[in-house]
Design a protein around this ligand. Structure first.
Ligand SMILES: [Zn+2]
Length: 332
């Protein structure tokens, strides 16, 4: 199903179109963070390079690629860390010594963001001038650690982006229970890898409801004390994992406030939360646009404090106080 979304994406169609017109480069730097999309996107691009119909998705070659079984598609995970230079040398040998009857051979190098400069230098010449039938994909979450010499020779590709709705549909089609799928996709920000991780957290949906409850009941500073034992922030079963738990609550608060902003500004952006219009409207009456923007900023500050080991209780207390204070100062 992620595959179906990918082959409908503009990124994929553009690549396919370039392949049909013989305009493709041979060295690509593929950037993006979603591990599941990355894996499927590269498979889809490989089918374009090897299938005689440029990625029909159904023929023997396409199926073998999608099942990770195709001889002419080789993935390298071992260029990171000790032994990386040796592994790069093996890859280069393979690039120059192998030949098949396919239009292309595909080399996939993972974790580009973690490759040492020595490994990148070793790859440089091959990356620059691979044999006519070899295509190299260097995959990386970002290009911050990629040498400029590599970057200047690479054609950059970006992973297609998806909506939380796309993520929701895929989760449900994979049998994730509906409530949990809704909240996992809401929190995922459109990332499939994040969503699938979250979907394994059975308590997540309850936490999401608890955070809504806390925000709806936060009316004056006298409510703050009660919030310090509210399940939205401090739940008995989460003892010892408080920071991690609260970070998720902060994500929820941010998503909720952003949705309230969307509501108040009548913008066309889709809500991240699903079927919570009633609650969003109640919150929209409590907070002005400025107060919401300030609240979102204070969430960022709260995250930083948690990461600097400020005690969770004091972080939550300060955050809630800041939210209320801004609501008061920036009344409509
Ligand atoms: Zn095919």
């Amino acid at each position: 199903m992620i595959y179906d979304l990918i082959v409908q994406s503009n990124e994929y169609k553009e690549f396919q179109n370039d392949a049909k017109h013989g305009r493709l480069a041979h060295a690509f730097l593929v950037l993006g963070v979603d591990a599941l999309v990355q894996e499927m996107y590269i498979k889809a691009l490989s089918t374009v390079l090897i299938c005689k119909d440029f990625g029909c998705g159904k023929c023997k070659e396409c199926r073998a690629i999608l099942e990770n079984k195709h001889l002419a598609v080789r993935t390298y995970d071992n260029l990171v860390g000790a032994g990386g230079v040796k592994a790069a040398a093996d890859l280069i040998d393979d690039v120059f010594m192998t030949s098949f009857d396919y239009p292309n051979r595909v080399y996939i190098i993972r974790q580009g963001e973690n490759l040492s400069a020595a490994v990148q230098n070793k790859l440089l010449k091959t990356y620059e001038e691979p044999p006519q039938d070899a295509v190299i994909f260097l995959l990386a979450s970002s290009d911050a650690n990629i040498l400029s010499t590599i970057k200047s020779r690479a054609t950059k590709l970006y992973l297609p982006m998806f909506s939380t709705k796309d993520v929701l549909d895929v989760l449900i089609s994979r049998g994730v229970e509906k409530d949990l799928a809704e909240v996992a996709s809401t929190l995922s920000g459109g990332r499939f890898d994040v969503a699938f991780n979250l979907a394994e957290d059975e308590e997540l949906y309850q936490q999401y409801l608890d955070v809504f409850d806390a925000l709806l009941n936060l009316k004056s500073s006298s409510d703050i004390v009660g919030m310090l034992s509210h399940d939205a922030f401090f739940k008995g079963s989460q003892y010892g994992k408080n920071t991690e738990y609260i970070l998720k609550s902060l994500d929820f608060i941010e998503i909720i406030f952003k949705d309230v902003l969307i509501l108040k500004t009548n913008s066309n952006i889709e809500y991240m939360t699903i079927k919570k219009e009633k609650e969003l409207k109640i919150l929209a009456e409590k907070y002005s646009i400025t107060a919401l923007a300030m609240a979102i900023e204070s969430i960022g500050f709260a995250r930083e404090q948690l990461n600097f080991n400020v005690t969770p209780i004091s972080v939550v207390e300060k955050l809630l106080f800041a939210i209320l204070e801004n609501a008061y100062i920036y009344k409509e």
